[in-house]
Each structure stands twice: as structure tokens, then as C-alpha cells.
Design a protein around this ligand. Sequence first.
Ligand code: IPM
Ligand code: MG
Length: 371
Amino acid sequence: MSHRKLFLLPGDGIGPEITAELEKVIAFMNTKADAGFEIEKGLVGGSAYDAHGVAISDDDMARAMAADAVILAAVGGPKWDSVPYDVRPEAGLLRLRKDMQLFANLRPAICYSALAASSSLKPELVEGLDILIVRELTGGVYFGEPKEVIDLENGQQRAIDTQVYDTYEIERIAAVAFELARTRDNRVCSMDKRNVMKSGLFWNQVVNRVHDEKYKDVTLSHMLADAGGMQLVRAPKQFDVIVTDNLFGDLLSDVAAMLTGSLGMLPSASLGAEDPATGKRKAMYEPVHGSAPDIAGQGIANPLAMIASFAMCLRYSFNMIKEAEALDAAIAQVLEDGLRTGDIMAEGCRKVGTAAMGDAVVDAFAGKLAA
Ligand code: IPM
Ligand code: MG
């Protein structure tokens, strides 16, 4: 039995509650399917700040680097609104992404048919939606230097963030998007602001070149990122894979997420490059939603995005495709059965809490695996 090392970072707010439901899934896989998952846990975000005065400690960073996969729930909350900028909760998340070099962020937006009516768009626009946003995650304006506020010594200050992309950063994220497209509907739409930004023009040129050199079989189109946002709410099903930079990806993935009915439903994977020696890649999985401090500790949070993030982990880190599909099917099943946490509650459905939802997924998962 192979040992698979998972490093769990429950973080803040509802993070610990949804992590507890994921642990049920993992425990089930260890006892029933002999999966050999080993769990370590650490602190990130406000919880790390309270314990160590930093957003993630060097020790926990080292554990994250050594794990086969990191699973992070959520960080942040009003309690830490006034902590120094460089140790704010989000800094822990950004350090994990940067130090582990997780440049490829995969954010699928799938509309479960049971939830089509909860979308703010008409059900026919979102029913059957299955798009994948591939967001560049370690470059662009998030990390570009200079990043500072300077004093102009005339009574004014100037705030500077820097949008910067090197060739290799665009090449590798484009390659990820094209490769993934080949496993889906074989279409990529690249989004940038080449009408305003040098870096957008460059992004566009590099994506075109990578396409010409290696991925001619994939259909490539381009959109300006603002038009892309508009098209996402006008006719979202026109897209298969969208590839875009760090900042536009942040915005567009929230838009795409909401199409599916609830931000509480969406998983994500952040992947590094494959190590040629071992074939492994560093990886972190997290729900797209935040720490929801307003409902923390009440046992009502939706654990499904967290569990769906683990399904991505099974798929991308451990190549356990059968199990990943069974877990995704289990989530769809509990929704079909009418179970709902408060965020996705609808008429005629049964409202359940975090733990009951987790239990129901484990039951359905057992059924799917046995089938
Ligand atoms: C996300 C979040 C983060 C980001 C925040 C929490 C720093 O919005 O993962 O989309 O901006 O990348
Ligand atoms: Mg975001």
C-alpha cells in the first residue's frame, strides 16, 4: 500500500468545519479502500498569525513542500483586518503559491443540474455548463516588483503595482491550457487586454506561438478580458477552456463560479511543473469560496467545494481517476436527493448542516465505489 502524504491547512472561519467533513471522506478511503493517506495538519492565515505572528510558519511551509498534496480550506476574517500587511491572512496563501511555484490554477465551473435553478442566470443558460478557467497564479500584478507606495515629497504619495510576465511564464500556462483542452472539448479561449497593455499584447503573441508550434489541433480563440466577462454572463456555454493571467483569472473565475448557483460549490487545483525525475508535481487544492466568518462555528457551512477539491486531488495528484469520478458523482447524487446547505437551499429540498452533508456524501461515495 502506497503512502500518500496529505497536508491539511484548515485555516480560518468555516475552514475547520469543512475540513472535518473532508477528513471523513479520507478516513473512509483509508478503511474501505486501503488508500493509505497520511494526514498532517498545519496553520495558515489568521490562525497561524494568532499562534506564531506570521501568516504561515517556516515549519508549516516545509511540511507543505514535503507533502504529496496540500489541501487548504480558507483564510481571513475581520478579526485580522488590522494586522500588518505582510502578515495578513492572505499572505500565507500567496506564499504557498509562490514558494511551491504553483503556477497553474485550474478552476472548473460546472453547473450541477440539480442547482441550475439557483443560478442568477436563466437555467437554460447554465444547465450543463462545464468550463475550465486556467489562471496563471505565480506572476503578473500579484507578485510584480516594484510593489510599493512612495512619497513624492510634494504632499502626494504614489501607489505602484507592476504587471510583469516573462516568456516562459506564458508558455507554460498556455501549454497547460492546451493539454487540458485535449482531454475536453479541445477549445481554448485566451483572454488579455492587448488593446491597453504591453503585457497583454505579449501574452497574446506567446499564446499564439505556443499554439502554432505544438497545439495546432486545439481550436484557439482570443477575447479581450472585459468582453470575456460580458460573454461569461451572456452565453457561458460557448466556452470550454479559458486561459488568462493572474488578476483577470481572479475576477473571471468569481464570475464563472457564480454562474453555477453558489460560490460554495467550486473546487480548484493549483499545480506546479512536473518533476522530470519523479513525475510528481507540487499541488495545492482549495475551494474557491472564502472563510465566511459570518457563519463560522455554526455547523451550517457547505462542505461540497472542499470535498470536490479533494476529488481534483485524487485526479491530479494521485491519478485515482475511478475514485475521483465516484466522489464527483456522490456530490451530484446528494444534490439530486434534495439535500441542501443554507447557501443553496431551494423550495422542496431538505436543509441540512455541514456534518449531515458530509455524512451523506460519504454514504453516496461508498455506493458509487461499490457500483
Ligand atoms: C482567490 C482569492 C485570492 C486571490 C485572495 C484570497 C488573495 O481571491 O484565490 O481567488 O486573489 O488570488
Ligand atoms: Mg478570487
